[in-house]
Design a binder for this molecule. Structure first.
Ligand code: HEM
Length: 209
């Protein structure tokens, strides 16, 4: 749907998912860092509170993930996530060149957005990796840690819980890095706030990118 150079990219279910997800993951990052760097003598905030908030937000983000997962199976939003492998490396290279050089010389983006294309190749690869690898990995390891009796006791002589916790924290770290890059990339455009408005009101301004 195009009206006055605006494309309706973000249907309401996707915006609701994104809002809850963003809030939930921010809480998970803050409480996760708190738990990671607390010790009995020093906690950034109350340790019990951090654990409880982390568990509640984790469950909320997990249930909310189902909205993203089934939303993308049931609606046409999935078409934006389809990745053609042929020539992918070349396309990624073009996008990297744009972000590291072309953009600063006011060149046109190599993959201008249209009703058929909501993401450039880098966004596509990173959203696919985060949403279908990192977040599900966090959900599975997080649920396992919430019910530790489900975790295998030892892998050779290393504690299964310890390995699961390492994997969980590492994925959390990767999602935190993604979020920083995500916010930077989202601010790229004629006006740094354009994309943030879009994910709230649903409409992407094609001249704003
Ligand atoms: C303060 C937190 C966040 C802000 C302000 C934010 C901002 C945005 C903006 C402006 C967009 C639209 C531009 C675009 O499509 O690239 C977007 C889309 C998206 N964001 Fe975020 N984001 C946040 C957190 C997150 C987190 C934590 C995740 C995942 C772990 C995430 C995943 C996504 C995905 C998958 C899309 C594309 C959705 C679609 O159109 O199908 N975002 N975000």
């Amino acid at each position: 749907m195009i009206s006055e150079n605006k494309i309706y990219f973000y249907p309401i279910w996707l915006r609701i998912w994104h809002g809850i997800n963003a809030m939930g993951i921010l809480i998970l990052i803050v409480t996760g860092i708190n738990m990671q760097f607390s010790n009995p003598k020093f906690g950034l905030v109350n340790f019990e509170l951090a654990v409880n908030l982390h568990n509640i937000s984790g469950i909320l983000v997990t249930i909310n993930y189902l909205l993203f997962f089934f939303g993308n199976i049931l609606t046409s939003n999935k078409r934006y996530y389809r990745l053609k492998r042929k020539g992918l490396f070349k396309r990624l290279q073009l996008q990297v060149d744009y972000y590291t050089s072309g953009m600063f010389k006011n060149q046109q983006p190599p993959f201008p957005l249209s009703e058929k294309r909501k993401f450039n190749p880098m966004q596509k690869v990173s959203y696919l990796t985060v949403m279908y690898l990192f977040v599900p990995g966090l959900v599975i390891t997080g649920l396992a840690l919430l019910f530790p009796e489900t975790i295998i006791e030892n892998v050779y002589s290393v504690s299964g819980i310890f390995l699961t916790a390492i994997l969980h924290a590492s994925l959390g770290f990767l999602v935190s890095i993604f979020l920083i890059i995500h916010l930077y990339v989202a601010s790229i455009g004629k006006n740094p706030l354009n994309n943030f408005k879009s994910i709230i009101n649903g409409y992407h301004d094609i001249h704003g990118h």
